[in-house]
Write a protein that binds this ligand. Structure first.
Ligand code: RFL
Ligand code: PHB
Length: 393
């Protein structure tokens, strides 16, 4: 088989890139290790920046997101039982965020792909990129007992943190930067009305908690737990009891509990690889960088990588601007590092690491400093709604 762009991974990065390229008449094939249902079963992000919404519109797949997504003009931060509102639209030039689940985005993108002429191969085993540092890269994979080969012009590594593309790059070409946090987030999804319209990020002596949602009837809550904690130790009752203890009193009184639809623990990590490309292979989204979820930036950074790669490839194929190829990584990384710093900062300020340490006292002080005036809250708001995408010249 032959295609212009072989896309490895059918998460939001791979599917959105495929759809945007298809809209420009650029042929692509998506290869995915697991089944569509498995991809849709992962419960992940929920807070979407305006730039991402606009990219979904450009891809022609934003209909349901615009109709069903909730617009949020603020987020709340609770400290010592008191709520502090970060008025996003007031402090950040009218910008807002949209609450719409990653599962729904993936579903909408799969739907659009099924309606298009573009090929997706699910349950493709042993996907391997070859000769990426030559002018004739190709990808092989196994399916139904046969090995298949796709010749292509470029490869997009949209295969997440545990994918094959990044490890296929020879030692010495890329450098990895990493911080692993000493705690994780235990998440619970339930069909219960959310405790509050706006999201609430809670700093508490017992550990961080987050009240989020997917819709007016579906809630998503998180608790900071030790890294070694096991999800089997957390009955739904235990989860709800612990959440109530961390919530401000008013919210705890209003909390509606119910059976969990999903419960899982996610470790927290900051990770960046430099550069995000090798020859004709580009790393996109979680394949190149991971942030702790505290700033809601992971999926949004993936979308801005897609924006950059899609615009570069469009100019390459349509205007022969091959000079832009070598600029992908540098353009992405400027925005990525801002997102990594913001997520690190939010994680640091809002979690307890070691309550008897001077560092935790400094973290408390930093949070109270940044909540104390509109000018300081605006620094948080500007980054939460998302920094602008860079123009591709
Ligand atoms: P994904 O979603 O991991 O998709 C990668 C795809 O590649 C496939 N794959 C392979 N395919 C073929 N061959 C191989 N060898 C392969 N290896 C892997 C995988 O099966 C998968 O389908 O990466 P992508 O597309 O870059 O998307 C990134 C986002 O998923 C991620 O950044 C966000 O979910 C992070 N995140 C959040 N981001 C936000 O912007 N806002 C949020 O509110 C937010 N909340 C979260 C989050 C992530 C969380 N977890 C569990 C990590 C909350 C949580 C709890
Ligand atoms: C979520 O709804 O899953 C979510 C929201 C905000 C975050 C992280 C996760 O910062």
């Amino acid at each position: 088989m032959k295609t212009q762009v072989a896309i490895i991974g059918s998460g939001p990065s791979g599917l959105l890139l495929g759809q945007l390229l298809h809209k420009q008449g650029i042929d692509n094939i998506v290869l995915e290790r697991v089944s569509p249902d498995y991809v849709l079963g992962r419960i992940r992000a929920g807070v979407i920046e305006q730039g991402f919404v606009e990219l979904m519109q450009e891809a022609g797949v934003a209909g349901r997101m615009l109709a069903e997504g909730e617009i949020h003009h603020a987020v709340e931060i609770a400290v010592d039982g008191a709520l502090h509102s970060i008025e996003l639209s007031k402090l950040a030039d009218g910008k807002v965020v949209t609450v719409y689940g990653q599962t729904e985005i993936t579903y909408d993108l799969m739907d659009a792909r099924n309606a298009s002429s573009q090929l997706s191969v699910y349950e493709a085993n042993n996907v391997t990129p070859h000769d990426v540092n030559s002018n004739h890269p190709y990808v092989t994979y196994e399916k139904d007992g046969k090995t298949h080969r796709i010749d292509c012009d470029y490869i997009a590594g949209c295969d997440g943190f545990h994918g094959v593309c990044r490890p296929s790059i020879p030692d010495g070409v890329i450098r990895e930067y990493e911080r692993v946090y000493p705690f994780g987030w235990l998440g619970l999804l339930s069909d219960t009305p959310p405790v509050n319209y706006e999201l609430i990020y809670i700093k508490h002596d017992r550990g961080f908690a987050l009240c989020s949602k997917r819709s007016a009837t579906r809630s998503r809550y998180y608790l900071q737990v030790p890294l070694e904690e096991k999800v089997e130790n957390w009955s739904d009752d235990r989860f709800w009891e612990e959440l109530k203890r961390r919530l401000p009193e008013d919210a705890a009184a209003k909390l509606v509990t119910g059976p969990s639809l999903e419960k899982s623990i996610a470790p927290l990590r900051s990770f960046v690889v430099e550069p995000m490309q090798y020859g004709r292979m580009f790393l996109v989204g979680d394949a190149a960088h991971i942030v702790p979820p505290t700033g809601a930036k992971g999926l949004n950074l993936a979308a801005s990588d897609v924006n950059t790669l899609y615009r570069i490839l469009t100019k390459v194929f349509k205007e022969n601007r091959t000079d832009l190829i070598s600029r992908y990584s540098e353009i992405c990384l400027r925005r990525v590092w801002h997102g990594v710093r913001f997520s690190w900062w939010m994680t640091d300020m809002l979690h307890h690491f070691d309550q008897s340490s001077i560092e935790d006292k400094i973290r408390d002080s930093e949070l109270s400093f940044f909540l104390a005036s509109p000018e300081r809250r605006a620094i948080l708001a500007e980054q939460y709604v998302g920094l602008p995408y860079e123009e591709i010249g």
